[in-house]
Design a protein around this ligand. Structure first.
Ligand code: NAD
Length: 326
């Protein structure tokens, strides 16, 4: 029997981290999770779970007491447009996430842990390439001259460069993905940090038949959304490849936000209209460009958006019904 792969997942109490732990456990890895909190919607499947604040370098040293084969660094202070684009959380977003990345990289380097994955975001792409909702440009090489539209994006760009510097100077085998709007069950669906797919699923689930739901902006802004299982597939494939990145992990099925809302309404079977109202927005258009991932990994996401939305809507609807009863 081969040696069991030992994996550390930081941010394991969050949406992507908790799903990643499940996936790695299915593969037979030994997994330690670390987060400020346990996963909200299901018991963690990690072999070991440590509650700890990764802004503290002592904690980062403490959790790297084993020479892990793989570290997935997913912890960040983050949320959807209502959290990232209002400006009110900018100092926390930049400070907290940068501290986590500085500490985790240094702790891994000192412990001679070589392979570390970093989840960057499509929010680091320059705003000037995303003004036309029909034709956003998000090829990996279009990142510079840098001009992200949020401090969240600037922190991601800084941290990408930090990981790349540890790769160059210290031989760390870093792997960097730029995620594009990941969604699925067991993600935040209320409270202010939820993102568009979960927020719209909630609004549709809560709406009375014959009524309407509110959608932020004119609804003509475009995005693509990637289902969680495909995000994990891409993440693990990248981690175990020879390619450092950064590389997009996202869907190329671009829709307007109004189209997204209408797809969810159709799934619900309700008769609802869409009312566009002012709200925090982000760039006009964004879509993944999957040429590089296909070239480097021989793989790219392929699941239709509708299929992922069906699963997610069913889950959010269940949460809405549970919270009504409570
Ligand atoms: P999430 O907010 O659900 O998970 C992040 C986790 O990090 C949370 O559980 C949080 O408690 C934890 N955390 C924050 N500060 C911490 C600290 N000081 N110490 C320990 N843990 C801390 O977010 P997610 O959607 O699972 O995203 C995971 C990663 O992927 C993040 O780095 C995020 O920026 C990146 N990303 C996500 C998306 C997306 O659409 N979900 C898109 C682009 C990039």
């Amino acid at each position: 029997m081969g040696k069991q792969t030992k994996v550390l997942v930081t941010g394991a109490g969050g949406f992507i981290g908790s799903h990643l732990v499940k996936r790695l456990k299915k593969e037979g890895c030994w997994v330690r999770g670390v987060d400020l909190k346990y996963p909200e919607f299901a018991e963690t499947e990690a072999d070991d779970f440590i509650i700890g604040d990764l802004r503290d370098p002592e904690i980062c040293r403490y959790i790297t007491d084993i020479r892990f084969d793989e570290v997935y660094q997913l912890a960040a202070d983050m949320g959807g447009a209502g959290f990232v684009f209002t400006g009110e959380n900018d100092a926390d977003i930049m400070h907290n996430s940068a501290m986590i990345n500085l500490n985790m990289l240094e702790a891994c380097y000192k412990r001679n842990i070589k392979r570390i994955f970093y989840s960057s975001s499509a929010c680091m792409y320059p705003e000037y390439n995303q003004m036309d909702p029909e034709n956003p440009k998000c090829s990996e090489d279009s990142a510079y001259p840098a001009a992200p539209d949020s401090e969240y994006g600037w922190e991601k760009l800084f941290s990408e460069r930090l990981y790349l510097a540890y790769n160059r100077n210290y031989g760390m085998e870093v792997r960097i993905a730029r995620y594009h709007n990941i969604f699925g069950p067991e993600g935040t669906w209320q409270g202010g940090r939820e993102k568009a797919p979960a927020a719209l699923c909630r609004k549709v689930a809560e709406a009375e038949d014959g009524g309407f739901i509110e959608v932020w902006g004119d609804g003509k802004q475009t995005r693509s959304f990637l289902y969680i299982d495909e995000c994990l597939e891409g993440t693990i494939r990248l981690m175990r490849s020879d390619f450092t990145g950064p590389v997009n992990i996202g869907s190329e099925e671009m829709v307007t936000i109004n189209q997204l809302a209408k797809m969810i309404i159709e799934i619900s079977g309700k008769n609802l209209s869409v009312k566009n109202v002012p709200g925090p927005l982000g760039v006009r258009g964004r879509n993944s460009d999957n040429r590089l991932i296909e070239e480097k990994l021989g793989w790219k996401p392929s699941m239709p958006l509708k299929k992922g939305l069906e699963i997610t809507y069913a889950w959010v609807k269940e949460q809405v019904e549970k919270s009504k009863k409570a």
